[in-house]
Ligand binder design. Structure first.
Ligand SMILES: Cc1cc2nc3c(=O)[nH]c(=O)nc-3n(C[C@H](O)[C@H](O)[C@H](O)COP(=O)(O)O)c2cc1C
Length: 254
């Protein structure tokens, strides 16, 4: 939890983003601006709202919960004919939105494709192997990112002037990478949130991004990233789970 005296950006963020070439001094100047509101009212607003959860934060989840979001969760290629309420989709987003993003910029945008008419618009953009499962799924979420996510910085970050970092000439690639990286993270949070609330997911990148963008985001502001079929998976359609890399194959502790 961030203390009121801590710099608003963690150390890792400076190192990571600086790969894109902006000057750290610009960044520090922005975060030290007098406009920066670190008042207790603002800093702790979210925490106060979540006080009832705080005692649970350091406890491991139950085996049943771990099964639901990881151990028994699968990528479903087939779906039971059971609809998904709009209200549940709202609850999924309202959980996923608490996953962290760099400077809390939250660039992910989502279109939940649910109606038959909207699915017909999505259908021609899909790779052939993804058509049947997507048409059968109660919902297909288009996980996108907002190229102008920085317009929301005055609402989302301590210092409204931080938005300038993303609008300066020459920062276009940095800004797009920021949106893609953090929008992808939020897409992963969306999968975990959906599973936590009892839905199954089937993420997909086998589709034509340009066609989806032309069909659903013609003004060019939102860009598609990947798709997630959502609903109640049909276990009879599952193949055995593939192996995962072990810790020693995928990780180092240095
Ligand atoms: C970003 C992403 C893109 C994927 N694209 C496709 C796809 O286009 N078609 C497909 O059938 N599965 C796709 N998958 C599903 C993966 O193959 C699947 O999640 C993975 O093999 C793990 O399966 P499991 O969860 O059942 O263990 C995709 C998964 C992810 C996360």
């Amino acid at each position: 939890m961030q203390s009121n005296d801590a710099p608003p950006f963690g150390h890792w963020d400076l190192g990571f983003d600086s790969d894109f070439g902006f000057r750290i001094s610009d960044f520090i100047r922005l975060t030290e601006s007098p406009a920066l509101d670190r008042s207790p009212e603002r800093s702790y607003r979210t925490r106060d709202n979540l006080n009832h959860l705080e005692n649970t934060m350091s406890e491991p989840l139950s085996k049943a919960a771990l099964d639901t979001i990881f151990l028994e969760a699968r990528t479903y290629p087939g779906w039971l004919p059971k609809p998904v309420d709009d209200d549940l989709l709202r609850r999924v987003y309202d959980l996923a939105k608490f996953g962290p993003t760099s400077a809390n910029t939250m660039p992910m945008r989502v279109v939940f494709v649910k109606s038959q008419a909207a699915k017909e618009r999505l259908k021609p953009t899909l790779m052939p192997g993804n058509v049947d499962k997507t048409m059968a799924a109660p919902v297909c979420a288009i996980v996108a990112f907002d190229m102008l996510f920085h317009e929301f910085i005055p609402k989302l970050w301590f210092d409204p002037s931080f938005a300038q970092l993303f609008t300066k000439p020459g920062m276009e690639e940095f800004t797009k990478a920021h949106a893609f990286r953090n929008g992808s993270l939020q897409g992963a949070y969306l999968i975990i949130a959906a599973r936590a609330l009892g839905l199954d997911c089937g993420p997909m990148s086998g589709f034509d991004n340009a066609k989806v963008d032309a069909e659903f985001f013609p003004d060019g502001r939102w860009k598609s990233n990947f798709l997630i079929n959502m609903g109640y998976g049909d276990p009879s359609k599952l193949k055995p789970r593939n192996e995962r890399l072990t810790f020693d194959e995928a990780c180092k502790i240095v």
